[in-house]
Design a protein around this ligand. Structure first.
Ligand code: PMP
Length: 368
């Protein structure tokens, strides 16, 4: 598969900014100040960060069993979504509802968006997606699994079908080509695994070997490092090299690199936090199920989406109820996310500590 053909022409001819780290005794090449502050033993604030985040990439690569050249790190995975859309352009296809940044960044960069509604189980509408791929030839497809804000994982079979269909391994389909057939258009498929750690489902990473059009996106934001803004994407080197051209030279600051590396060395603690959140999600869901006027949806992520049934007040339309409940909870000091306008009459609560979840449940019961 020729990834270069998928890259926007203006990016194809671009060369990445070269910020080489050359070992030296006296460093006077980068207009840095010679005076700095020692935040940590090895961190000097007056020097630019490692432009390649080598130590961090090495650790991630070891964990994922890929080569460091297959990784691009970003100031949050938001930045990597930006880079991907900047590199490949649109049309950009994604299901709806999903993570809002796919659409926001596409629009900001002037690229066409193709939004395909999820089916009634919040799963991918495979037929509609494949049809739109054939018709509109998207350059990029974003699939967040588990999906934000619905919380479910998409069917792996359906994701795989989409990856296959847009890869060079796809069989010909009916069309105006030789013998009345045509190879389906190629697209980059980004599986966003921001919440994968909470799902117990298999990652799509092993499929990178087979599918050259696959990108697996991930972030440390959901597992305790949101304040550091560190995301990473894994793909075949060609996609990484092309996307790296649009990366700003020092996109990941020294402090974030340093602390992430330190944290990653404490895998046991990271894993135990994830286990605790998953256990709390179970408890929270069963607590919410006992409340009559709401319908919580099962979740593979670190949040739960729930619908409010407008049963009490016959004159109220549903919208009022989600908005009203959201406001009332906030009055009690409990802030959750109002999804009204995105998912009909729904709110989304993040799994907190056992104490926080208890307080949330108590207030929810009281208000309903
Ligand atoms: N992908 C998904 C599905 C998300 O929900 C989020 C955060 N809300 C992100 C990516 C971005 O995460 P970050 O930029 O913090 O890495």
């Amino acid at each position: 598969m020729d990834i270069k053909k998928l890259v926007k022409p203006n990016i194809r001819s671009l060369r990445a900014y070269q910020a080489k780290e050359i070992p030296c005794r006296i460093k006077l090449d980068a207009n840095e100040s010679p005076y700095g502050f020692k935040a940590f033993k090895s961190l000097k604030t007056n020097r630019y960060p490692d432009p390649e985040a080598r130590a961090l990439k090495k650790l991630i690569a070891r964990d994922l069993k890929v080569k460091p050249e297959q990784i691009l790190v970003g100031n949050g995975s938001d930045e990597l979504i930006y880079y991907l859309i900047m590199t490949f352009g649109g049309p950009v296809l994604y299901p709806a509802p999903t993570f809002s940044m796919y659409g926001i960044i596409s629009q900001a960069l002037g690229e066409k968006k193709i939004e395909i509604p999820l089916d009634k189980n919040f799963d991918l509408d495979e037929r509609a997606i494949l049809k739109e791929i054939k018709k509109k030839k998207p350059k990029l497809i974003f699939l967040s699994s588990p999906n934000n804000p619905t919380g479910n994982s998409f069917s792996s079979k359906r994701i795989l079908k989409i990856i296959k269909f847009t890869s060079s391994l796809a069989p010909p389909v009916k069309g105006r080509g030789p013998n009345g057939t045509l190879r389906p258009p190629s697209s980059i498929v980004v599986v966003d695994e921001a919440y994968q750690a909470f799902s117990g489902k298999k990652s799509f990473l092993p499929l990178l070997k087979k599918y050259k059009n696959l990108v697996v996106l991930n972030t440390f934001s959901k597992i305790g490092l949101a304040g550091l803004r560190v995301g990473y994407m894994t793909a075949n080197t060609e996609i990484i090299e092309q996307s790296n051209k649009v990366r700003l030279p020092f996109n990941l600051n020294s402090l974030s690199q340093e602390i992430t590396v330190k944290t990653l060395k404490n895998r046991k603690l990271l894993r135990s936090y994830i286990r605790t959140i998953v256990a709390e999600r179970k408890k929270l869901l069963s607590g919410m199920k006992k409340i009559k006027d709401i319908r919580p949806y099962p979740s593979d992520a670190n949040f739960i989406l729930f619908k409010i049934y407008p049963v009490r007040n016959k004159n109220s339309n549903g919208a009022e109820n989600a908005d009203a409940l959201h406001k009332k909870l906030l009055k009690q000091g409990v802030l959750i996310r109002n999804m009204q306008g995105i998912v009909d009459n729904c709110l989304r609560v993040t799994v907190g500590t056992p104490e926080e979840n208890t307080i949330f449940l108590k207030n929810l019961k009281k208000l309903l």
